[in-house]
Design a protein around this ligand. Structure first.
Ligand code: AMP
Length: 401
């Protein structure tokens, strides 16, 4: 190994991290450690495992010891500092919003950090958390290069028609656009397709990132041409606790007729909607699939129906469809949900192979299917590590501003 890259993904209640060793040639990345501090402020717990699954740390804290994200970053950083032989060459961060200006990962300096802080208004629930570990690492380890990798960047090639809302242009100019998210996941899938199906990688592919957050992306020859998410990560598919597509008139009603404040509406839309609200059981698809509650079945029906509608929309954006890829927690692990969604693609000629689907094979369509159906595990952290390595090797690349 010739040093290591730390990948950080900071949210409001958890701080996830991975360490990748850089191979001798400087071209390969070997995952060494995965870990996270979760339950911040409630039941803080730091866990990490080595590549072979062996536990390296499993430590619980009192809520007051780790009351907030800065405390979690400090404690996790302190623990990482105790790891013997860790020769950190760079830190790669997941940053939700690169706004209109960042269409590629970027090496972070004070000016970039200030620029990214301007986008906190576009993603107030995520961006401040993403930037917190960057600020702290700048103070503690100013000599370690840091790289920001954006969930929005992969979608920045979208045309202005795709990116616009039909509201006065001045809002577009100030940043109210359909950005699209989960870009690191889609970029990873786009990088895997040429290995798995070289012909299809050049064609028209919908990738469905179906996790607790969910969206779909239309890929043409490996580039994003449209996605179901928009200005925020609320739009598009129903998710664990978010509603997906919603008439803005509903929000106006909540404010004008129900007297709800912006904070209350925010809470409803980010934490109190989606599968959780429809089922009354859980936001977790596994629990819905094993529940006898009629509303759990209803939530699954709704999810599958809306996935089918969105796939139709993106197939129209692509002018047809060659393949459909399932990824993320639900997409990778749930054969029944894959079967439900594949059924909604029947009109396009998709035919699921039930045995391959039950096995979780990579190709889950029949030979006769007009659309190839794939299950491809995503790896956003590896994508961040790749970008980070590329930027420290070629620092002039990817600096858009
Ligand atoms: P992610 O956000 O990608 O970690 O995905 C989380 C979602 O994946 C949750 O809704 C989980 O219930 C769901 N999930 C994970 N494993 C399974 C499974 N075996 N069957 C159904 N859903 C699953």
């Amino acid at each position: 190994m010739t040093g290591a890259i730390l990948v950080v993904n900071a949210g409001s209640s958890s701080l996830k991290f991975q360490i990748f060793g850089i191979g001798e040639t400087g071209a390969t990345l070997i995952r060494q450690i995965r870990g996270q501090m979760d339950g911040i402020g409630l039941r803080p717990h730091l866990r990490a495992t080595a590549a072979d699954g062996a536990t390296i740390i499993d430590r619980a804290y009192a809520p007051g010891e780790i009351p907030d994200l800065p405390a979690a970053i400090t404690e996790t950083g302190h623990w990482l500092g105790t790891l013997e032989g860790l020769d950190l060459r760079a830190i790669g961060h997941r940053v939700v919003h690169g706004g209109p200006d960042f269409s590629a990962p970027v090496l972070i300096d004070e000016a970039v950090l200030d620029h990214l802080a301007d986008y906190e208004v576009l993603a107030p629930l995520h961006q401040p958390n993403n930037l917190a570990p960057i600020r702290l690492a700048m103070q503690i380890s100013p000599d370690v290069p840091q790289v920001a990798c954006f969930d929005t960047a992969f979608h920045r090639d979208h045309t202005q028609v795709t990116e616009s809302y039909a509201i006065p242009r001045s809002y577009y100019d100030e940043g109210v656009r359909r950005y699209g998210f989960h870009g690191l996941s889609y970029e990873y899938i786009a990088s895997r397709l040429p290995e798995i199906a070289p012909d299809i990688a050049q064609g028209r592919v919908i990738t469905a990132h179906l996790g607790s957050g969910a969206s779909m992306c239309a890929l043409k020859a490996g580039r994003s041409v449209d996605s179901t998410m928009g200005f925020t990560a609320l739009d598009g598919l129903p998710m664990g606790t978010r509603p997906g597509q919603l008439d803005p008139g509903v929000v106006l009603y909540l404010i004008s007729q129900r007297g709800m404040s912006a904070d209350q509406v925010t809470d409803l839309l980010y934490r109190g909607s989606g599968l959780k609200a429809l089922s009354g059981v859980s936001s977790d698809m596994r629990e819905l699939l094993t529940s006898d509650a009629p509303d759990a079945a209803f939530a699954i029906d709704y999810f599958a129906y809306r996935c089918g509608l969105s796939a139709g929309m993106l197939a129209a954006a692509l002018g047809g469809l060659d393949a459909f890829v399932f990824t993320a927690g639900i997409g990778e692990n749930s054969a029944p949900i894959r079967a439900r969604i594949a059924a909604t693609l029947g009109w396009l000629g998709a035919e699921l192979d039930p045995d391959a689907n039950a096995r979780g094979a990579t190709l889950v369509s029949t030979p006769a299917s007009r659309i190839a159906l794939y299950v491809i595990p995503t790896d956003e952290e590896l994508m961040i590590a790749r970008h980070t390595l590329a930027l420290i090797q070629e620092p002039q690349q990817g600096n858009p501003t």
